[in-house]
Ligand binder design. Structure first.
Ligand code: FAD
Length: 396
């Protein structure tokens, strides 16, 4: 029988948000235990593997062998395949990477372990421990055996399908229109351009987009996200993606070598991410960018704040939700305006016709951006096509 245990900070989930939280809690002086229900961190990969790179220094991540391709820019295609190309010359050198996501997640766990975190594999939290209305740890199933781990601070970093928030009494409900269902093939023998991440908008992917993220010459992640409220059933994502591939000879000639699926939230941020003794971070806190569906950067940025506040609470001997407002306020100050703006933008963009997308991309062609990011793209749309951005112009 596994004996019950105690620690200062218990992190549930070893994705990017969990590892980052655990690392910063350990670096700032806490004893940290991080649980992962799978036997291998980062695997299987459920990700397009695209990320920007300007945030990495802020959270202390060094470039490593997890970088697969460094792209020069992005190309955004309208339904009639007019293209808005943003390359290094137009956008400064602030574009992005296509990564090996399993290597990336493992590296973050290594960084956490090297900072003093104890990592447990095949260990799933199956319930939260509550005392006087406060979360005081979790019941954990480890290699089939159940025991308790008590901690003044518990972190839910258990991803999009998170149960921790709900178990703690935090409302994590999400509307169908605030969810995308995604499917992606790794394809070889395709005609991708390794200099660009490509995005295809419009009815080819209702409420979402098709992406092509290059993994090397002739190799790419070809995926789709569609808004759940715009399809009959989740399997429709595959129909749309297969249709798109069939219509593009440079991809139709390719061969599929693997397939991943999953959900992403495209919602406004949760109203509450802390309660007594507990904080939520990453996808579990719905921190995915509602416009791009990217969640790695936000999860890591919030993770640094979460880990630091966890140690402050342990040191102060105060795990109350009032104390944990430091995290709530901290991550909101850093991310909330952008998440909210992009949610409003998403609400607008999912309603646009193919004709309007065509007009927008047409007027954007030739626009030079200082830096490649969603804010600058939306600002450019605002300048050229203000009726599209009316509802959220205050954020621009
Ligand atoms: C198809 C697809 C493509 C995507 N493409 C991109 C992209 O290109 N770029 C980008 O930035 N984002 C992308 N995302 C989103 C991105 O993958 C997530 O935002 C990111 O993984 C969030 O990190 P996280 O640590 O919050 O959660 P996760 O990475 O999901 O990690 C959560 C971890 O918790 C573990 N866990 C769950 N429950 C328990 C439990 N009870 N006990 C113990 N462990 C538990 C899980 O096994 C998992 O390892 C994509 C998502 C999908 C589905």
């Amino acid at each position: 029988m596994v004996p019950n245990e105690k620690t200062d900070v218990l992190v549930i989930g070893a994705g990017p948000a969990g590892s980052m939280t655990a690392k910063w809690a350990a670096k700032s002086g806490s004893r940290v235990l991080m649980l992962e229900k799978r036997q291998e961190i980062g695997s299987p990969v459920r990700c397009g593997e695209g990320m920007s790179k300007d945030w990495l220094g802020e959270v202390g991540i060094k470039p490593g062998r997890w970088i697969n391709v460094e792209v020069e820019g992005a190309r955004i295609y309208s339904p009639s395949e007019k293209v808005f190309e943003i390359n290094e010359k137009h956008a400064g050198n602030e574009v992005g990477y296509v990564v090996e996501r399993d290597e990336f997640d493992k590296q973050l766990a290594i960084d956490a372990a090297n900072a003093g975190v104890e990592v447990r594999l095949k260990s799933a939290a199956v319930a939260l421990l509550k005392e006087n209305g406060r979360i005081v740890g979790a019941r954990v199933k480890e290699f089939g055996e159940t025991h308790e781990i008590r901690a003044p601070i518990t972190i839910g970093a258990d991803g999009f399908e998170s149960q921790i928030g709900r178990w703690a009494g935090i409302s994590t409900n999400i509307a169908m229109r605030d969810m995308d269902t995604c499917l992606q093939y790794r394809m070889t023998n395709v005609g991708c351009d390794v200099r660009y991440c490509d995005f295809y908008l419009g009815k080819v992917a209702p409420g979402g987009y098709v992406w092509v993220f290059p993994k090397g010459e002739g190799l790419a992640n070809v995926g789709i996200g569609v808004q759940v409220s715009q399809v009959q059933n989740l399997a429709d994502a595959r129909t749309y993606l297969d249709r798109w591939i069939a219509a593009h000879p440079e991809y139709a000639k390719g061969k599929k070598i693997d397939m991943v699926g999953g959900g992403v939230s495209i919602s406004a941020p949760l109203k509450q991410t802390v309660t007594d003794g507990l904080m939520l971070v990453g996808d579990a806190a719905r921190m995915i960018d509602p416009l791009t569906g990217g969640g790695i950067a936000n999860g890591c940025i919030a993770g640094k704040i979460c880990g630091t506040v966890a140690t402050e609470a342990v040191t102060a001997g105060d795990p109350s939700k009032e104390f944990l407002q430091r995290y709530e306020k901290g991550w909101r100050a850093r991310l909330e305006e952008k998440l909210y703006r992009n949610w409003l933008a998403k609400e607008k963009l999912v309603s646009l016709s193919d004709e309007t997308f065509d007009k927008i991309i047409e007027v954007l062609a030739g626009v030079k951006l200082e830096k490649l990011n969603v804010h600058n793209i939306l600002k450019a749309v605002h300048t050229k096509y203000p009726e599209v951005t009316k509802e959220f112009e205050a954020f621009l």
